[in-house]
Ligand binder design. Structure first.
Ligand code: SF4
Length: 299
């Protein structure tokens, strides 16, 4: 296949994949919601979960996005340095977002800053956002598509703490954020925490944390323990589905971290809502693909 044909083929695949992500939750999120529904005794909480499952059925039946806020689209790319379309991915993503906006359809959510003008196709300056990891020598690319909603992950928060604040300061920050505005997103929430050295590094890591499959643990045992304790503590707050109280506040808490300067502990929080629309697809060098996040899905 010539490179132009490959580009067309990948644009079509990504267009259809973005539409799928808008209309169907990934397997781990759906499975977690089923588990959390079983933990609820309150009829109100169960009814809210049942409405979420009905929402998913209707999105399939009507072939429509499952939430009106289809977000700003963000791509997190782990691309091999030998991936044939490495230099074309920006064009491919822009075009796929425009086409998916038209055919899905997706709400128009890209407003040019300082012009206050909606572009009408979900693209604009640095939108869709692309985060890059280049893997030396590899021919394939793994791509996360994330629909970052205006009520959930986009209003994240970050702060650089003095070292004396310690990890207790990190915990305090997470609780302050979730209990003050966490319910602006529709719970149960997937809480991503970045622990790092500066606001921007912590912020990116907090976003990567909510891209991890639910229930996976940080490789460091102390961080993994902190994930479990934060989950337990936030569940005890009892926010419940849609904030109407219940047994669980969160689908999970994930931490991502980096080494840091001895004078700083930076912490950031990004929150995914129950309708956590993300998907992962692996594209091989010949543009064949495998969907990793939605078992059995066809494009
Ligand atoms: S928080 Fe999530 S489910 Fe609620 S309106 Fe926003 S995107 Fe939709």
């Amino acid at each position: 296949m010539e490179n132009n044909q490959k580009k067309r083929s990948l644009t079509d695949t990504m267009t259809r994949f973005i539409s799928l992500v808008a209309k169907r939750l990934p397997d781990d999120v759906y499975g977690k919601l089923e588990q959390l529904r079983l933990k609820e005794d309150s009829p109100l909480a169960r009814t809210v979960y049942d409405a979420m499952f009905r929402n998913q059925e209707m999105a399939q039946e009507l072939d429509r996005p499952s939430c009106q806020d289809t977000g700003v689209i963000q791509f997190f790319v782990r691309a091999g340095s030998e991936f044939p379309l490495l230099g074309s991915l920006r064009d491919v993503f822009d075009e796929a977002v425009r086409e998916a906006t038209r055919v899905s359809p997706l709400r128009h959510n890209a407003v040019e800053t300082f012009e206050e003008k909606n572009t009408g196709d979900n693209t604009g300056v640095r939108v869709p956002w692309i985060d890059w990891d280049i893997i030396p020598g590899q021919k394939s690319a793994e791509i996360d598509v994330y629909m970052a909603g205006g009520g959930c992950t986009l209003p994240g928060a970050a702060k650089v703490l003095m070292p004396a604040a310690g990890y207790e300061g990190v915990v305090q920050f997470v609780f302050d954020v979730i209990t003050s505005y966490g319910v602006n997103a529709c719970p149960p929430l997937l809480v991503g925490v970045g622990v790092s050295t500066a606001v921007e590094t912590a912020a990116v890591l907090s976003k990567k944390a909510i891209l991890r499959p639910i229930g996976t643990r940080h490789p460091h045992p102390k961080a993994a323990e902190m994930e479990i304790l934060l989950e337990k503590g936030l569940n005890e707050v009892g926010i419940g589905p849609q904030g109407l109280t219940g047994a669980s506040s969160v689908m999970g808490v994930h931490i991502e971290s980096s080494a840091r300067h001895p004078s700083t502990i930076a912490v950031a929080v990004s929150v995914g809502c129950w309708s956590h629309r993300r998907g992962t697809i692996r594209i091989d060098g010949d543009m064949t693909y495998e969907i990793l996040s939605h078992k059995g899905a066809a494009l």
